[in-house]
Design a protein around this ligand. Structure first.
Ligand code: THU
Length: 143
């Protein structure tokens, strides 16, 4: 799938953001290995802590439908939905990505418009990340 189409789907997902407290609207479009795309928005809560980021909404939708392999995620966000700059994933969302994605190859695309984006690998955003491999018997250790 073309990056531009994934960006378009992230922008589309932002329209459902539920943000009565921060007004900061985020949309995500998660591309699975089989080509399917899962959209997510942030969902806030009066108790604040249960707030779910757009990225995790997309991941949890996908995993709950049987997807476990992903190639990319596009994220857009801005105050009142105005895309003025790039919105990078929070630390919790990076850790959720680490659970299901190969940090060497998984692409994180930050967009601020249909034709403006930056692309990173997960390992750049979460160096020395802790993931499922660390819990395997013969886990590779950092020397
Ligand atoms: N938010 C996301 O949805 N994704 C991010 O990566 C950063 C933060 C949301 C959570 C909250 O609803 C609002 O943005 C302000 O933090």
């Amino acid at each position: 799938m073309a990056t531009e189409e994934l960006v378009r789907m992230a922008i589309e997902a932002m329209k459902y953001a539920y943000t009565p407290y921060s007004g900061f609207r985020v949309g995500a479009a998660l591309l699975a290995a089989d080509g399917k795309v899962y959209q997510g928005c942030n969902i806030e809560n009066a108790a604040y802590t249960p707030t779910n980021c757009a990225e995790r909404t997309a991941f949890f939708k996908a995993v709950s439908e049987g997807q476990r392999e992903f190639s990319a995620i596009c994220i857009v966000g801005g105050k009142d939905g105005v895309l003025e700059g790039y919105t990078a994933p929070c630390g919790v969302c990076r850790q959720v990505m680490m659970e299901f994605c190969d940090p060497e190859t998984f692409r994180v695309i930050l967009a601020k418009g249909e034709k403006h984006w930056q692309e990173y690998r997960l390992k750049e955003l979460l160096p020395m990340g802790f993931g499922p491999d660390n819990l395997k018997k013969q886990s590779r250790r950092i020397e």
